[in-house]
Write a protein that binds this ligand. Structure first.
Ligand code: ADP
Length: 286
């Protein structure tokens, strides 16, 4: 299933973003700081919350159209790292960032960055599902409306497509005008995924999206993510190591603000390079 996609220019200083479907060939060209197939990247990334040094020199490249899991004990910087890509940490007072953060080859700290467009390219889903107190249909069409999508037909199409992508359509198609708050926890979380997809992002960042859900709802979310990676770059923060092992292509292990190890998931879970990684994945601390 091919989705409408957008390309971010790597070499055009004036137009921070290109419009959808411009030149996919440009993805690998440009100023040379964007390896082919890398969607998200950080170099020497440090982040401070006042005196707290939360990220300590993170170098990481995450491939496009794959699932990357961020694992590690609570407080090690996973959510902070995730929020660097859409510059959500900017909203927190006292935050200082050093180093480079790249989204599809574009340095997100460039002074001329169009933050609104950057954030449109990156959908975000949080641990606690947060549907708007409005109908299922309105939850999905809200974002597109805000960005100027008009026309009942176009909006209806977006609603159906997004709900199908999040594997929720069949469950809600007969009650699109009911309140989203009446859905189950798992359905609400898939609604939040659908809502993120309705903005037609390239990238989905998920911060423990299933940690409050029962095993069946969790499995449903995991299935959905596995389908979505055909078209989207996905990064998921998870406490659930089995979940990382089940769905992630690559896994990054963080501890105390440092990236300890990053590898393909099978290697990480079968023959980790660092003793501390092995201790963590075998449950000796966490
Ligand atoms: P994780 O997602 O791995 O649990 P976080 O990224 O939430 O870790 O936190 C990393 C560190 O940054 C922790 O020491 C945490 O207390 C601190 N931190 C996170 N958010 C804030 C904030 N808004 N203000 C101050 N410190 C924060």
């Amino acid at each position: 299933m091919e989705m409408p996609r957008s390309e971010i220019s790597t070499n055009d200083q004036k137009n921070v973003f290109r419009t959808p479907r411009e030149s996919s060939a440009d993805r690998t060209s440009g100023n040379g700081n964007h390896a082919a197939g890398t969607a998200l990247q950080s170099r020497g990334l440090h982040l401070y919350y006042g005196q707290t040094h939360a990220l300590k020199g993170i170098d990481l490249e995450m491939p496009e159209r794959r699932i990357t899991a961020l694992i590690g004990p609570s407080g090690c910087g996973k959510s902070t790292y995730l929020r660097c890509f859409n510059r959500m940490n900017d909203m927190i007072e006292g935050v200082r960032v050093e180093g480079q953060v790249m989204v599809e080859g574009l340095d997100v700290h460039r002074p001329d960055i169009d933050l609104e467009r950057l954030r449109k390219r990156i959908g975000m889903v949080f641990q606690k599902s947060n549907p708007f107190p409005m109908s299922i249909r309105e939850n999905i069409s809200f974002g597109p409306r805000m960005t100027g999508v008009r026309g009942r037909g176009r909006l209806e199409e977006l609603v159906e497509r997004s709900l199908r992508q999040a594997d929720l359509w069949e469950e809600v198609r007969e009650r699109l005008d009911n309140s989203a708050l009446d859905l189950s926890g798992g359905q609400q979380q898939r609604l939040c995924i659908a809502r993120a997809l309705a903005n037609e992002p390239d990238i989905l960042l998920l911060d423990e999206p299933a940690s409050a859900l029962d095993p069946i709802s969790t499995a449903k979310i995991e299935e959905t993510l596995l389908q979505l990676k055909e078209s989207y770059t996905i990064v998921i923060v998870t406490h659930n190591l089995q979940q990382a092992a089940r769905i992630a292509d690559r896994t990054a292990f963080f501890m105390l603000g440092e990236l300890v190890e990053y590898n393909d998931t099978t290697t990480m879970f079968t023959s980790p390079r660092q003793a501390i990684t092995e201790e963590y994945i075998t449950g000796r601390f966490g």
